[in-house]
Ligand binder design. Structure first.
Ligand SMILES: Cc1cc2nc3c(=O)[nH]c(=O)nc-3n(C[C@H](O)[C@H](O)[C@H](O)COP(=O)(O)O)c2cc1C
Length: 439
């Protein structure tokens, strides 16, 4: 392999690269998880999730289907409750798995996850630079600030939740400066002078910040001039503002199209406020895909779900609604009552600012379902409780492909992060080609 790498250009941002002739961004990121195939079946068990070959094969499948990236979430500490019901979600350290997958594919981007709470920017920058070089410029990165406390992984001094965005911003600043400290031009061997590396082009990074101190350059040459496509997982206004300043994409949970449209509008507004083009940051909501064989099967599943929801729509649902969403105005209201007019603000900006994106689907349902004549609080509660964190698409491959397309065409999303769900094969071989208009 040569030491050289592509040089920087104004259009080298990964999002710009995805746009053709001014067309909108379209990004499709896939996640393959052990739970993507039902391990209770012999077929599912045969695909042992502990086997890297399973992931490699699915990455090749995703690449052939036209996915842009294969991403791998990562969590700090162990979720014991999840371990009691199925295979662990984490089987490989995500950078190592990404490197092996990169070696078995040729086009798809590989996207591991880094926690800005528990990683260090210089160690992170060298891992990412190494992955970028191993994959010849196919490293992308998913940035999280972690759900679980760091004590689970041995961190003594915890950064408070209120500071985690500030820490993430400084973390990315240092990592990006390190990335730029070793430009591709430095990797031009010159037999005349006898210098393999133009050491003088490698600049020291001097950083004294609130969370990190750095002196000196990155210790490994990145392959690409531009810092890799950066996805940030967030649900809050502070997080969206951070992404608008520092990221290329946002991974969020928006289970309804109305909620996705509002979050995308806010993200675009924040990008402009940060001095960037509105479409410089893509909204990629999580989506669970459940493919069934026929339209009748899909209708049966959906009506069984509706029936379950209606049975459930009593006091229990209202109590759960109160517990999960304490910001709703539900004082003195019972399941048979009409939905209060002041249940939630009618202004989605206010809702997002105060409560984050978790409440946007409630705002959406309150203004659509909640306005239907005779609707009760119990019915509304059951409907909200049955939503997942991420959008769920149930149907035949064609129905799902068309519905994903509708979300995209109506301006709710710039693409998807497909997560969990069964039938990865059907997703890759039938849903995505339909979505992309290839079948
Ligand atoms: C859609 C989504 C996906 C996330 N994925 C992860 C993950 O894989 N690992 C992790 O440790 N934290 C994950 N997080 C947690 C976030 O990184 C962050 O710590 C949390 O959302 C709180 O920040 P916020 O106020 O900006 O939402 C995720 C959050 C969201 C909203």
């Amino acid at each position: 392999m040569s030491t050289s790498s592509p040089t920087s250009s104004p259009d080298s941002s990964p999002v710009a690269g995805r746009r053709t002739g001014g067309a909108p961004i379209l990004l499709l990121n896939a996640q393959y998880l052990p739970t993507s195939k039902d391990w209770r079946t012999a077929d599912g068990r045969a695909d042992s999730p502990f086997h890297l070959g399973t992931f490699v094969r699915e990455a090749q499948r995703a690449e052939a289907a036209g996915f842009d990236a294969l991403f791998q979430a990562d969590f700090s500490g162990v979720n014991r409750a999840a371990l009691r019901s199925g295979p662990p979600l984490q089987l490989f350290e995500s950078f190592q798995a990404a490197a092996v997958i990169a070696g078995a594919t040729s086009r798809i981007k590989v996207m591991p996850t880094v926690s800005t709470m528990y990683a260090h920017p210089s160690a992170f920058a060298r891992s990412l630079a190494s992955l970028d070089r191993l994959s010849e410029g196919r490293a992308w990165i998913n940035v999280v600030s972690s759900f679980r406390p760091g004590t689970a992984i041995g961190v003594k001094r915890e950064v408070s939740r209120s500071q985690h965005h500030a820490q993430a911003e400084e973390f990315l600043k240092v990592a990006k400066e390190l990335w730029a400290s070793w430009p591709p031009e430095a990797n031009t061997p010159d037999p005349v002078t006898g210098h393999y590396i133009r050491e003088g082009l490698i600049k020291d990074v001097q950083h004294q910040g609130e969370f990190y101190r750095q002196s000196g350059p990155i210790d490994m040459a990145p392959y690409s001039a531009a810092f890799p496509f950066t996805l940030q997982a967030t649900s809050s206004l502070t997080g969206v503002r951070l992404a608008a300043r520092t990221a290329d994409g946002v991974f969020a949970g928006t289970p309804t199209l109305g909620a996705a449209k509002e979050l995308r509008r806010i993200l675009r507004r924040e990008a402009v406020a940060a001095g960037r083009p509105a479409d410089s940051v893509a909204l990629l909501p999580g989506s669970y895909i459940h493919v069934v064989g026929t339209r009748e099967e899909a209708e049966l599943l959906l009506s069984a779900e509706r029936a379950r929801t209606q049975v459930f729509g009593g006091q229990l649902a209202v109590e759960q609604l109160r517990a999960r969403y304490p910001g709703l105005r539900l004082d003195g209201v019972g399941p048979a009552d009409r939905i209060p007019a002041d249940l939630i603000s009618e202004d989605p900006d206010k809702v997002f600012e105060e409560f984050g994106s978790r409440y946007l689907p409630l705002w959406d349902l309150a203004r659509t379902e909640g306005r239907k004549p005779g609707r009760t609080v119990g019915e509304f509660a059951a409907e909200v409780i049955s939503l997942s964190e991420h959008a769920r698409f149930i149907g035949t491959a064609e129905q799902i492909g068309d519905e994903l397309r509708r979300w995209y065409d109506e301006g709710g999303v710039d693409g998807f992060q497909t997560i969990l769900g069964n039938e990865f094969e059907a997703l890759c071989e039938r849903v995505i080609p339909r979505f992309l208009g290839k079948s």
